[in-house]
Design a protein around this ligand. Structure first.
Ligand SMILES: NCc1[nH]cc(CCC(=O)O)c1CC(=O)O
Ligand SMILES: [Mg+2]
Length: 335
């Protein structure tokens, strides 16, 4: 035992501080609050429909979205992130609709900002909801996603979102160099305070399937995968290089995705860079928890708060989660 060890049994009893609620509260090292939450919402051009693999999650019409946002704002959640469900007839190989300044996402941003100017509105910069092949970029004849040609469209999409009033643009595509191009475009357009939250360390995960159903890209993607651009789940140094590059290019905040299976990455990112760090508690993680909860195998409130709390312990500043509304309700001070 090292000399500086502050005593041992019976002088040290770890259970002493745990014995009463007041001292458990005093010694708690990290805490999840409503200020840590970002709520992902799906908005559709078609009918409102529930997402089968995500009980409690809907694709909202614009009207339904505003009702949903009313709840979100009342709960004090700081920000939402928008995901579009585009009419299949508008999907093309080049995802042209992604850059439409009057498309679904710009319309949704304007509608939200009109009624809730204080709420943070974040958008997903990526082409997969708009491509006929379901990839996050334009592809060559072999189906390979082309980096630089994709960036051109991402930049136009970024400009459309910022012009509509997005507070945070959040590229989830994993092309190399996109942050630099987006930052330059935002500066050129005078959007100097538009935040870039980069999906810097985004892994080629199997846990996105319910999301792909939700935005309607699953069928387009078919049996193809995203391993030529998303990071191999086996890698950790590579994830750190991705973060370093995005910060150098002008990202304000970085994200690790998925969440709980990647707490080690979150921890390394926060320790290494000390920048605002977020995690995406993704659709598959939500589906796993919900399935167990709905079977009565887990207690919802306890399990969800413990899982979300793990992000804070790992070093996150906040978390994108489909549980944000529930968590905000549970964390609200009793009145
Ligand atoms: N640009 C795509 C995108 N943006 C957010 C998610 C997943 C989010 C979730 O699973 O909840 C994905 C899916 C993917 O990369 O295939
Ligand atoms: Mg990168």
């Amino acid at each position: 035992m090292p000399d500086n060890y502050p005593g041992h049994y019976p002088a040290t009893r770890m259970r002493r501080a745990r014995a009463r609620d007041f001292s458990r509260r005093l010694t708690r090292e990290t805490q999840l609050t409503v200020d840590d939450l970002i709520y992902p919402v799906f908005v559709t051009e078609g009918e409102a429909v529930d997402v089968a693999a995500m009980p409690g999650v809907r694709r909202h019409t614009l009207d339904g979205l505003l009702r949903e946002i009313t709840d979100v704002a009342a709960l004090g959640i700081p920000a939402v992130v928008l995901f579009p469900v585009i009419d299949p007839s508008k999907k093309t190989p080049d995802a042209a609709e992604a850059a439409n300044p009057d498309g679904l996402v710009p319309q949704a941003i304007r509608a939200i900002k009109r009624e809730f100017p204080e709420l943070g509105v974040m958008t997903d910069v990526a082409l997969d909801p708009y491509t006929s092949h379901g990839q996050d970029g334009v592809v060559d004849d072999d189906g390979y996603v082309l980096n630089d040609a994709t960036i051109d469209i991402l930049v136009r999409q970024t400009r459309a979102h910022a012009a509509a009033g997005a507070d945070i643009v959040s590229p989830s595509d994993m092309m190399d160099g996109r942050i630099q191009a987006m930052r330059a475009a935002l500066e050129a357009d005078g959007h100097v305070n538009t935040v870039i939250m980069s999906y810097a360390a985004k892994f080629a995960s199997s846990l996105y399937n319910p999301f792909r159903e939700a935005v309607g890209s699953a069928a387009n993607l078919g049996r193809a995968d995203k391993r030529t651009y998303q990071v191999d789940p086996a890698n950790t140094d590579e994830a750190l290089r991705e973060v370093a590059l995005d910060l150098k290019e002008g990202a304000d905040m970085v994200m690790v995705k998925p969440g709980m299976p990647y707490l080690d990455i979150i921890h390394r990112v926060k320790e290494t860079f000390g920048v605002p760090t977020f995690a995406y508690h993704v659709s598959g993680e939500y589906a796993m928890l919900k399935a167990a909860i709905d079977n009565g195998w887990l207690d919802e409130r306890a399990a969800v708060l413990e899982c979300l709390g793990s992000f804070k312990r790992a070093g996150c500043d906040g978390v994108l989660t489909y549980f944000a509304k529930d968590a905000a309700r549970w964390l609200a001070p009793a009145d």
